[in-house]
Design a binder for this molecule. Structure first.
Ligand code: ATR
Length: 285
């Protein structure tokens, strides 16, 4: 946003429900201001009965691009003309762009996750990775890890069946093991992995005293990643730091998936530092 909204201002936005707590408006509007782009990012709380009409209507009203969040990332595929191969495989879209009059869906969550690890100097190639959780975030992360060349993924999840379903979807691109979430299975799998990633909501605000991994199981040789960014330092990451592990918070994934969406809409390189600072300022307020 350049400061004032003009007749020329391009609108991009977010559809989901709820959208009130999203950090994306803060991140994108800071980037638009920084690059002096005549764009504004607006959240839209879309009613479940009106998803297709909202998507079509927003683009008919001239919107330049959309992000899609919970609970519409899967359902929105039916509203689009075309879906990029990776988003199709994942069955989830978080970014929509109008290309030659067609609505095209992309997914920047997985690539954003890998970019955020690279930014922290973490190389996943050939590694054994423990993924805690088997929900939507775990799917995006696991497909991205598979494509980025990890050696093996172990899923531990409270509901084992969900992890088994995920294994079936992904085991043609990467070797996968599935275990129930217990202290014993965590202990066993932590011994053989180099990277552990929490994709569950355990430890997220307001339940900040919770952790998916007992701290005493953490070894200094591990890289511990938490997709949670509120709080920035979860109980898991605090324990991991104390144990001498390399740690990565969920803020990077949030910023880099946003950066990739920004680049799809504007064709400009996203100012990642500015976006990170804007998110941090909002989180610390
Ligand atoms: P997202 O799209 O953010 O991944 P989700 O699909 O609802 O959200 O998945 C949430 C994940 O957190 C799941 O792996 C869930 O475990 P179940 O599949 O057993 O539901 C996990 N999760 C949530 N609360 C949990 C808790 N209290 N203990 C352990 N796992 C939990």
């Amino acid at each position: 946003m350049t400061g004032s909204i003009l007749g020329t201002t391009k609108v991009v936005g977010l559809i989901g429900n709820p959208v009130e707590h999203s950090l994306s408006p803060v991140i994108h509007n800071a980037a638009f201001r920084h690059l002096q782009l005549d764009y504004v990012y607006v959240p839209f709380p879309v009613h479940p009965d009106g998803l297709a009409r909202a998507v079509r209507g927003l683009f008919q009203a001239g919107i330049a691009g959309l992000n899609v969040t919970v609970p519409y990332k899967e359902r929105v595929l039916d509203c689009l003309d075309r879906v990029d191969h990776y988003a199709q495989v994942l069955g989830a879209v978080n970014t929509i762009v109008k290309e030659d009059g067609q609505l095209v869906g992309y997914n920047t969550d997985g690539p954003g996750f890998i970019r955020s690890l690279q930014a922290e100097g973490v190389d996943v190639r050939g590694k054994t990775v423990l993924v805690i959780g088997a929900g939507g975030a775990a799917r995006a992360v696991a497909f991205a890890l598979g494509q980025a060349g990890v050696r093996e993924i172990t899923f531990v999840n409270r509901t084992v069946e969900r992890a088994q379903n995920l294994k079936r979807e992904i085991d043609d691109i990467v070797q996968v093991e599935v275990l129930p979430l217990t202290p014993e299975t965590l202990q066993k799998s932590l011994q053989s992995c180099q990277i552990v990633i929490n994709t569950t909501t355990v430890g997220m605000y307001p339940h900040t005293d919770n952790t998916p991994v007992p701290g005493q199981l953490l070894q200094p040789r591990l890289t511990v990643v938490d997709l949670i960014y509120n709080p920035l330092e979860t109980r898991l990451l605090r324990a991991a730091k104390r144990a001498g592990c390399n740690t990565v918070s969920g803020l990077g994934m949030l910023v880099y998936q946003g950066a990739a969406s920004f680049e799809l809409w504007t064709g400009k390189t996203a100012p990642v530092g500015v976006m990170t600072d804007a998110a941090l300022a909002k989180l610390n307020r």
